[in-house]
Design a protein around this ligand. Sequence first.
Ligand code: FUB
Length: 327
Amino acid sequence: MKTPRYLVPDLFMADPSAHVFNGKLYIYPSHDVESGIAENDNGDHFDMRDYHVYSLDSIDAEAVDHGVILAVTDIPWAGRQLWDSDVAFKNGKYYLYYSLKDKNDVFHIGVAVSDKPEGPFVPQENPIKGSYSIDPCVFEDEDGAHYIYFGGLWGGQLQRYRNNKAIEYGQEPPDNEPALCPKVVRLTDDMLEFSAEPQDLLILDENGKPLTAGDHDRRFFEASWMHKYNGKYYFSYSTGNTHLLCYAIGDNPYGPFTYQGVILTPVVGWTTHHSICEFQGKWYLFHHDSVPSGGKTWLRSMKVVELEYNDDGTIKTIEGLQNTNFS
Ligand code: FUB
């Protein structure tokens, strides 16, 4: 599959996190809705209220909707806005990690647990202690350790923190200073908490210097993803206001990572978001755009396209505007 295809024709689904469980592909997206809230830099128009999960037997198969797996009304600490999520498996249980604002409009990361990949998921009473901001991605390394990556600027509130503490009047650093970093921390053995203080995940340029805050074409904005290819760790992310999906390569789950290039050029719609997953011998990029909604930023549709590597391990850039035919 060298051209992208839309996965779900009937509902608006975004931020797809794809994993293979028991030989099947499962996709955990955000469920976009028409909120009626005007678009702003705070992301108030993304007022999502529940999650569905989809499964596929093969990459060309119809995506089966397993219905609602968790709703904002199920979560004791919920305020509003269920944003990007991810799912991991350990010892017979599935763990759904999700972004949600509390009753004070502050984002945290919650966990919900299920016996099955298709849910339903039962939420923990409280968010993960010490969690903040958005867009959790959980990566299982070959030794069985699980690492969570998170963070997002602007509406995702990452600029309101330094050294894992909330600050007053948080802003991005000046253009010539190092950019704010995504965060990484190993999960505890029970998968329910951070095992330590989250660390900065450093993204370096070709000279070994941290990317700067003013480098909007390369600096991290949101949408973390981690995958491993030929023994190397690939951290990928969105640059937000320049609408690119980029990646950086490192030698271990904590980094540092060195910037490599663009995976996906801008799509129709403000946000771009993705996951990368190997399924039945090929690698795929799951992403979204706003073509089916006629360009509405807050109503996005999931797509998939094959991801290809060059012999040196770099990723071939995919054109975001190809095959925008929605049928
Ligand atoms: O879906 C809401 C937010 O939009 C996600 O959390 C961000 O990554 C962006 O895709």
